[in-house]
Structures are given as structure tokens and as C-alpha cells.
Design a protein around this ligand. Structure first.
Ligand code: IYR
Length: 227
């Protein structure tokens, strides 16, 4: 328990969780694993609308992620306007064309073959929402001075993980799309200097006929070592 002086200056509350039996824990951890193992990155989206309130809830969940000094150094921009989606698609495809044709190494292109990706990004217009996650490098203090945030990359990546899990839980699909370089998005969305684009996540329903590559996840023995 923090000492009395500390609690006077910085409020604390008690926190507890119900204790589960080993059997309940085993069942819940297995069923959550099965559920998450069913998540797939999807590139074929339906244009079926999704209520905006759902997207708001998903973003609130993302923002429950832990962050350096609890600064929550993220901004989620949600694009639903077809004109803006079109602008993003045109600019992203321009960068991607350049990447696929000259910026990416032959090893990289070879590694991507099973995923069947290329510079065409129709999902940027088809998906009902594009969530663009920005890293907030610094904030402006009350005195107008810059105040750096901490572990921004780590914090934002955690929030993105929470977001992907929440999207999956809502029965929707997503893609972690990283057009590179991504500066064009800051311009299109007119974002301030302290925000840097991190990840572009189309969200919606899968297309009526949606195909994904038949790839497998590593086994536990290949990813985990107990000491
Ligand atoms: N950003 C490109 C290329 C790409 C890179 C990786 I690593 C992938 O896992 C998938 C795609 C694109 O979005 O096509």
C-alpha cells in the first residue's frame, strides 16, 4: 500500500478481481485463445455500413491500453467520408506503386508472395471506416512549452493491439495497413506537427466472398521458453 503522504497528494483506489478456479481459468484462457486464433487480416471488405457508435466503443477500448506515464499518447482519426477515403487511396497507391516497383528488396517481395499483396488498395475505399492511428510525440504544456511523451511507440502499438482485438470481438474485420512513407496522411487529415501517422486500419465486414491466405501460426514450442 502506498504511504499515507503519497495518497494525500496522489489519490489511490483499491482494486480487486474475482478469483477464478483453475478450471475456470483453463476454460476461459482456452476459449479466448480459440477466439483470437480465429482473427485474420482481411483485404476484401464489404461496403455494408457499421454504426458509428460501435467504432466509438472500439476506440474507447483501444484507449484502455497501458501507456508510458499514463500519457495515452495516441490520436485515432476515423475517416468515413468517401471523398477523403478516395484521396487517401490515391495517395497510398502512389507510394505503394513506388515501393513495390523500386523501394522493396527482392527478399521482401518474395516473402510477401503468399499474401498476394500488390500496390492496388481498393479496400481503402470499400471499407466503411479507415482508422488512422497517430503517435503523439509531445504535448503542449499549459505554458505552451513542448512536453515529451514516453515510450510512445510501445504505448501506441499496445493500443493498436487492443483495437484489433475489440474489432474482432465486435464481429468485424480489419487490416494493419502501413503505406510507406505515410506523411501524406498527415497532410490530407491536416494533423498537427506533434502527431505522426503510425498505422492505417480499415474496419468493416468481410466481403460476402472473402479469401485469406492459408497460412499457419507458429506452435507454442517455437515461440515460448519456460525457465
Ligand atoms: N505496405 C505494403 C507492403 C506490405 C508489407 C508487409 I511486411 C506486409 O505484411 C504486407 C504488405 C502493402 O500494404 O502492400
Amino acid at each position: 500500500m502506498p504511504d499515507k503522504k503519497h495518497i494525500e497528494d496522489h489519490p489511490y483506489i483499491t482494486y480487486s478481481k474475482p478469483i477464478l478456479t483453475d478450471k475456470e481459468m483453463l476454460e476461459r484462457s482456452k476459449s479466448f485463445y480459440d477466439f483470437m486464433d480465429n482473427r485474420r487480416s482481411v483485404r476484401e471488405f464489404s461496403d455494408k455500413p457499421v454504426p458509428r457508435k460501435v467504432i466509438e466503443n472500439l476506440i474507447k477500448t483501444a484507449s484502455t491500453a497501458p501507456s508510458g506515464a499514463h500519457k495515452q499518447p495516441w490520436t485515432f482519426c476515423v475517416v468515413e467520408n468517401p471523398e477523403v477515403k478516395k484521396q487517401i487511396r490515391i495517395a497510398a497507391e502512389e507510394e505503394e506503386l513506388e515501393s513495390y516497383e523500386s523501394r522493396m528488396s527482392s527478399d521482401w517481395l518474395e516473402d510477401l508472395k503468399p499474401l498476394g499483396t500488390d500496390w492496388h488498395k481498393p479496400f481503402l475505399e470499400t471499407a466503411p471506416y479507415l482508422i488512422i492511428v497517430f503517435r503523439r510525440i509531445y504535448e503542449f504544456g499549459a505554458d505552451g512549452k513542448k512536453k515529451n511523451n514516453y515510450y510512445v511507440q510501445e504505448s501506441v502499438v499496445l493500443a493498436c493491439g487492443f483495437l484489433l482485438a475489440a474489432i474482432h470481438d465486435a464481429g468485424l474485420v480489419s487490416l494493419t495497413h502501413t503505406p510507406s512513407p505515410m506523411n501524406f496522411i498527415s497532410k490530407i487529415l491536416n494533423r498537427p506537427e506533434n502527431e505522426k501517422p503510425f498505422l492505417l486500419i480499415p474496419v468493416g465486414y468481410p466481403a460476402d466472398e472473402c479469401w485469406v491466405p492459408d497460412i499457419r501460426r507458429k506452435e507454442l514450442e517455437d515461440i515460448c521458453v519456460f525457465y
